[in-house]
Design a binder for this molecule. Sequence first.
Ligand SMILES: Nc1nc2c(c(=O)[nH]1)N[C@H]1C(S)=C(S)[C@@H](COP(=O)(O)O)O[C@H]1N2
Ligand SMILES: [Mo]
Length: 353
Amino acid sequence: MSPRLTDWSLALAAMLALLTGLVSLVSGHLGDWIIFALHGAAGLWLLLLLWGKLRRVWPRVIHLRRWDRRTALGLLALLSVVLALGAGIWWVAGGQLYFAGFNLLNWHITLGFAIAAAILLHMFARAKRLRRRDVVGRRRALHFGALLLGGVALWSGQQVALRVLHLPGAKRRFSGSYESGSFAGNAFPTSSWVADAPRPLDAQSWRLSTGGAVGKPRDFSYDELLAANDELEATLDCTGGFYSTQRWRGISIGRLLDQVAPRPDASYVSFMSVTGYRWSLPLQEARAALLATHAGEEPLSYAHGFPLRLVAPGRRGFEWVKWITRVEVLTAPDSGQIVSIFTSSFTSVGRGE
Ligand SMILES: Nc1nc2c(c(=O)[nH]1)N[C@H]1C(S)=C(S)[C@@H](COP(=O)(O)O)O[C@H]1N2
Ligand SMILES: [Mo]
């Protein structure tokens, strides 16, 4: 391939990996497996392209006389890409390595964002326009296609290898997450991505308030919610790489909404933590979800969101708000909820004061 075609292919593969990686973070339905497959294939395509690029620039690396500032930057970029791809591939195989408190998937994601930013800067500073002669011609097209298909083939081979070699990675969910503590009450891992940590809430004085686009706003006590006794089996799948399936118990949100009479223009339901963290679901989806007081037979532990947390089947774990104190019915999507990710650990309640 021409140098420029290799470089532009690298940029394309990296952008595809970034996009599918971003979308995968909000993908929790079985049908979304294709996003994860595309992400894997894009990464392996990148690996193949990298090989071509390395062969080209290698002489500049091994002859110290030819070094300049850019060589060091280039090597740093190469190291990041190799570490990001390596962490991803190793995680897929079942690697359980922790470094500085982060697992391989956390590192893969962190490095991925850093590399995407570096590539963007690099493109602004150095990108050379693709010319007609860089892309036309049967050989160019064949070579480009072969590398792209190579990425897909490597991905398929990887799936087969996981199974043939009986690697732990063969048991991952379609999302890449590993099972942990299913159907065992509070024994599953805890995860706190917004890093809020409120004081433990007292069930007797705690109230769930409701409001927004409803005809009959009212508060609910813990005991009133317990009485509903609705159950829902659902899988919490954290983007940090674990999943856990539980028989959750609490009150169905459909049942809750029926008691507060949503207005005809209601379209979303927002779930608000005492810390300020909040997330919302479209009304119909919310009706089918659950506000849980129990995991299996056990009341939720503090770390799992006592007294009340959201259980939203098909949504990734970060959307399952913990320590809920308010449910608000909305007439439009909530664009401010994104901000609550960053602010909720800085509120005095979020800091545990
Ligand atoms: N208030 C609040 N809710 C939260 C979080 C958080 O940090 N704060 N973390 C989310 C994330 S990232 C996940 S995966 C699940 C984890 O639930 P668990 O700790 O019960 O496993 O809770 C979600 N709900
Ligand atoms: Mo998470």
